[in-house]
Design a protein around this ligand. Structure first.
Ligand code: TK8
Length: 336
């Protein structure tokens, strides 16, 4: 009788324990989450979903204060704030992380992947994890990769239909050596600038052009200050959701799980949303008055050929092992 009662009591406690633990291990937290694009962009929409998921899963205890349009500073400034512990989270380009973690340059390789399926497989697989985990030594935790997308070229000087048309075009690039080298190699006058300064640089004609996915050309209204768009798809850019390691290490396992689960949900949503928008964006940009140029196969091949010349230096920078492992993974994906 007593034994039975004890047993029942023990079982009841055991059943309640996970709930109780969860309730105990989530404290009220305020998460300052910065990003570069505006609220109406694909990035803004996914941050909003992330915030909702975190609040829901934490019973309203963990609150996300999302701050877009680089109001907390450009990528590089936010990265430093995360490292120092002055800000909790952000989402931004992997390209601006190369100065902190050289392996991130892998994602800047021109024409590395041919389609979204290959991108997802690489980024969500062991290679993506390996690169992401390198951030930990530098004070950052990478949760998941989101899609920025395949990048295309815009400018306000002339229609770019041939490689030579790029000659001397003053082109804003991300603050990243691979992008700088790539566009110098193509003959452009490449100028590194933070994204937050880009619209006004285009508007005041401080630069002639830029390159970004269709979604961003649309959401950042670059069509207002850029006439010509060339479909180049020269590189696939990921975004990465980052957490301050200093702050992350002070979280309970339950709190970390809330963030990781919400990050995965936001990733799946973001990729779907971005792809759906990208599929319609070119028509919308045309409707907004942009002149679209598609490269002939010959010109596309010339551009590709020139750009692949930067591969050797990327391989040297990220390390031959990582480079070879990536090429092998791609070969497997393509054979399957
Ligand atoms: C937004 C940037 C942007 C990137 C760039 O903050 O800088 O051109 O493509 O998406 O991360």
């Amino acid at each position: 009788m007593t034994l039975r009662r004890t047993l029942i009591a023990t079982l009841a406690l055991a059943a309640l324990a996970p709930l109780a633990a969860q309730a105990q291990d989530i404290k009220p937290r305020l998460i300052r989450f910065g990003y570069g694009l505006n609220e109406q962009s694909n990035q803004g929409r996914a941050v909003k979903l992330f915030a909702e998921e975190v609040e829901k899963a934490s019973g309203g205890k963990m609150k996300v204060r999302a701050v877009g349009a680089a109001a907390l500073g450009p990528d590089t400034q936010m990265q430093q704030a995360l490292i120092g512990g002055a800000q909790e989270m952000m989402v931004g380009s992997t390209a601006t992380l190369v100065g902190i973690t050289k392996e991130m340059a892998l994602w800047d390789t021109p024409f590395l992947v041919n389609n979204a399926k290959e991108a997802d497989a690489l980024l969500d697989g062991p290679i993506g994890s390996k690169v992401k985990d390198k951030l930990q030594d530098k004070g950052l935790v990478g949760l998941v990769y989101w899609e920025n997308g395949f990048r295309n070229l815009t400018n306000n000087k002339r229609a770019v239909a041939r490689l030579e048309d790029l000659d001397g075009i003053k082109l804003r690039v991300m603050q990243n050596n691979v992008f700088l080298e790539s566009f110098k190699t193509l003959g452009a006058n490449a100028v590194p600038l933070p994204f937050s300064e880009l619209f006004s640089a285009l508007e005041t004609k401080a630069v002639d052009g830029q390159e970004n996915p269709y979604n961003t050309i649309l959401s950042s209204k670059f069509y207002e200050v850029q006439k010509y768009l060339t479909v180049t798809n020269h590189v696939y850019s990921p975004w990465i959701v980052l957490v301050s390691k200093k702050w992350w290490d002070g979280l309970s396992k339950d709190e970390q799980k809330v963030l990781m689960d919400a990050a995965k949900k936001s990733r799946d949503f973001e990729r779907q949303d971005t792809r759906a928008e990208a599929a319609k964006a070119l028509d919308e940009l045309k409707a907004k008055g942009m002149q679209i140029n598609e490269l002939t196969p010959t010109e596309a091949a010339r551009m590709r050929d020139k750009l692949t010349r930067v591969n050797a230096s990327i391989a040297a920078n990220v390390g031959m092992d990582l480079w070879n492992e990536t090429q092998a993974a791609l070969a497997t994906l393509r054979s399957g």
